[in-house]
Design a protein around this ligand. Structure first.
Ligand code: CTP
Length: 415
């Protein structure tokens, strides 16, 4: 397997598994990769920087601060931007805790906080530490929320004489996994180059008065994950978002909206210039018929709250879309999921609908995971297993790229 021309940054944190990392670096070098190494102070207690320097054939960075007389410029930023992939091997519980909290108190944590490159964790620790709820919470945050990748620790005998899960994977197995990840990220990286994707996300809010609104439980996580996956696939992305608690993804053009009407206007403004619309938002279907612009006093409580229909955005899209565009809807159903989703796909003239079931544990609002079923124009259903929303997003983006490449070809046979 050749890794020629690929840049890999290896970080070591303090654990006995550090003794395996020089071998991993050798395997990467032998496969043609350029490898740079950074170590925490604790890691240097387990293996000498000189060992890593010798196998990487590069100076190893062990300190945030340059020695007197040594000019390093913005070394943490240069180091963060250089690699195609960062692997932290071994990864301690402490590293995960610091990374999850955003601490940047040494060179390794500062670099991983400053990078947008894929980060792979190879944890190694005592089984009790691995099982600890705080370690598992931090791990889930880094993997499910931030999309970092994991090389699972093995089960086996530990340096502390205990037996259980917590041994860092063997260098050969790690090498295979890293090569695989590099291949996948490379294949995905220009999938949507030159394309413009609109992604909608989150709920909308329909005002009752200046302080009250009706809304729904959408968190926006699926839409934000899609926007990031589309960006990583080389697309220009416009993310039209209702109010959410999520941070704007870097490298994505944000348009923040409040109501369904505003979301419809933003989508329609962008549509003629877009190749794809991923309608992952949950726009409110109803809006108070008589919103008032002063706060309704408790003593003025109305008996009923009359509602009128909010615009159906996808129906407006269906009227103006071209056949070369790919329009994907999302359906959230509590029962008769597939039948309802099929009907929605047809009535909204969608190229594909992604059905989320509220019935499955771990799927739906605010979870980091999702279980979806895809229905395309052939009306075939394809059920995916429970996956992280990020993984669902990555796979959907791949599917969208395929739909785009066939959209123009299929045009004459479309209704
Ligand atoms: N949608 C839309 N405009 C709305 C409501 C929903 O464009 N006012 C889009 C959603 O973004 C989603 C798809 O339509 O992609 C299906 O949404 P869903 O709420 O499941 O369906 P509805 O059309 O609202 O139908 P119902 O509420 O009857 O299930």
């Amino acid at each position: 397997m050749t890794l020629a021309g690929r840049n890999i940054l290896v970080g070591l944190t303090g654990g006995i598994a550090c003794y395996k990392t020089p071998h991993l670096v050798r395997l990467l070098k032998k496969a043609g990769a350029d490898v740079r190494v950074m170590m925490t102070e604790s890691a240097t207690r387990f293996v000498a920087p000189l060992t890593l320097e010798s196998v990487a054939q590069q100076p190893v960075i062990t300190d945030m601060w340059p020695k007197p007389g040594e000019y390093v410029g913005t070394r943490h930023i240069d180091t963060a931007e250089w690699p195609d992939l960062i692997v932290i091997a071994p990864t301690t519980a402490n590293l995960m805790a610091k990374a999850a909290a955003g601490l940047c108190d040494d060179f390794v944590t500062t670099v991983i906080c400053a990078t947008s490159k894929p980060i792979v964790l190879a944890p190694a620790m005592n089984p009790e530490m691995w099982r600890h709820p705080v370690t598992q919470r931090n791990l889930r945050y880094l993997v499910d929320e931030l999309g970092w990748l994991l090389i699972d620790p093995d089960a086996g005998e530990m340096a502390c004489d205990s037996y259980g899960i917590g041994r860092m994977a063997e260098p050969e197995a790690m090498f295979d996994r890293l090569a695989d990840i590099l291949q996948q990220t490379h294949a995905q990286s220009d999938l949507l180059a030159g394309r413009h994707l609109i992604v909608t996300a989150g709920p909308t809010r329909e005002p009752v008065d200046p302080v009250r609104f009706i809304s729904n439980r959408s968190s926006g996580k699926m839409g934000y994950a899609l926007a990031e996956a589309a960006r990583d696939a080389g697309a220009r992305v416009t993310l039209i978002s209702g109010p959410t608690a999520l941070a704007s993804p870097p490298g994505v053009a944000m348009e923040n909206v409040e109501t369904t009407s505003e979301m419809r206007d933003a989508v329609m403004r962008q549509l003629s210039d877009a190749d794809v619309l991923l309608m992952a938002a949950a726009p409110a279907d109803f809006t108070p018929a008589h919103a008032v612009d002063t706060k309704m006093k408790k003593s003025e409580r109305p008996e009923t709250l009359p509602l009128s229909a909010a615009p159906d955005i996808l129906r407006s899209v269906a009227e103006t879309r071209t056949r070369a565009q790919v329009i994907v809807g999302f359906a959230l159903e509590t029962d008769e999921g597939v039948a309802n989703a099929r009907a929605k796909r047809a009535s909204k003239d969608l190229d594909m609908i992604v059905l989320n079931s509220l019935v499955d544990e771990g799927a739906g609002f605010d979870f980091a995971t999702n279980k979806v079923t895809l229905i395309d124009r052939s009306d075939q259903e394809e059920a995916w297993p429970m996956l992280s929303k990020r993984e669902v997003a990555k796979r959907l983006i791949k599917r969208v790229a395929t739909l785009l490449s066939t959209a123009a070809i299929n045009e004459p046979s479309r209704p």
